[in-house]
Design a binder for this molecule. Sequence first.
Ligand code: 1CP
Length: 359
Amino acid sequence: MLPMPTEPKNDRFLRALRREPTDTTPVWIMRQAGRYLPEYRATRARAGSFMALAQNPELACEVTLQPLERFDLDAAILFSDILTIPDAMGLGLGFVAGEGPKFERPLRNAADIAALAVPDMEGELRYVMDAVRLIRRELAGRVPLIGFSGSPWTLACYMVQGEGSRDFARAKALAWNDPQAMHRLLDVLARAVAAYLSAQAAAGAQALMVFDTWGGLLSPPMFRELSLRYLAQVTERLKADPHAAELPLVLFSKGAGAHIEALADTGCAALGLDWTVDLGEARRRVGDRVALQGNLDPSVLHAAPDVIVREVDGAIEAFGNHSGHVFNLGHGITPDVDPEHVKVLVDAVHAAGRRMRTN
Ligand code: 1CP
């Protein structure tokens, strides 16, 4: 075991997740290391492919730190992907240029599902833990490091569909036609996700986030049965885990604004929100049970700088002068954004957050 570096110098992000007072509103951006940055595209070209980049701890560390060199961000997020778990389970992940992820061996039937096992976190997924250890060391306490995973439901969507989709119709059909197989899949994924996050915590992650990107595809009863139930299992397992118990856990269920009270009841520290919910209203609904992270529409970054500032001010005002807000977009930044606009956003958050606290 490496000795743990000293505590973060900038702890605004962790304080906000614990709903403690901060000097201003902390901010980070989903997909902050990504294709909108020319330096990311250069490193990816050097690596040869997305997976070669993600599986090389030195290069993964390099791209994790790139956005911190440009912007005054309050957290770093591990550069990796949610689809590392299915890859390690043997599905064979590849990225087709311009088309996104594709599995060589998607799950086709109950027998494929019955054969799945939780991967070895220091075996097939050691490259992720090595990246976490290296990034934590290279950050040297500048800002905290976020570890992450996909949710059981969102991973199941890709594993059954075999690739990205608007509606994940194949995955939903499996849930209707063989609910037992779907629950078996979600059960093994819930155990894998908890083990994966626990291993990232042991390797040095200081906060954990679960991306339930496709929770919003489900009707309310199906959301409770297929998404929420397994998010709650992950949360419970992490609370009983010696490495992860003390770390704040953020649940981001996109399109699930109707379920934020139930999500807060899982016992997580914070909820990620997309832009379809009003921040102030969300805060009133969950009260002081959880912190909130979000939730500007990523398309705002295509607007002129004065519009970006106005929208940031509006979101900070909507949340109000309370602790427990981490500013973020409501989903990932898109590849066509001008990095200068990201700088405008980050600086506007800190300025508005300071004004809010002194008025
Ligand atoms: O070509 C490239 O360079 C690949 C683009 C890319 C990037 C930058 C992919 C492929 N993954 C990533 C990194 C990534 N993915 C991070 C890194 C940390 C960060 O900077 O935020 C994270 C947290 C993710 C998570 C992820 N991957 C999610 C959940 C969050 C979300 O955006 O909803 C999902 C759904 C994926 C799958 C995935 N990986 C990559 C793509 C293009 C996709 C989406 C596929 C689709 O369904 O269309």
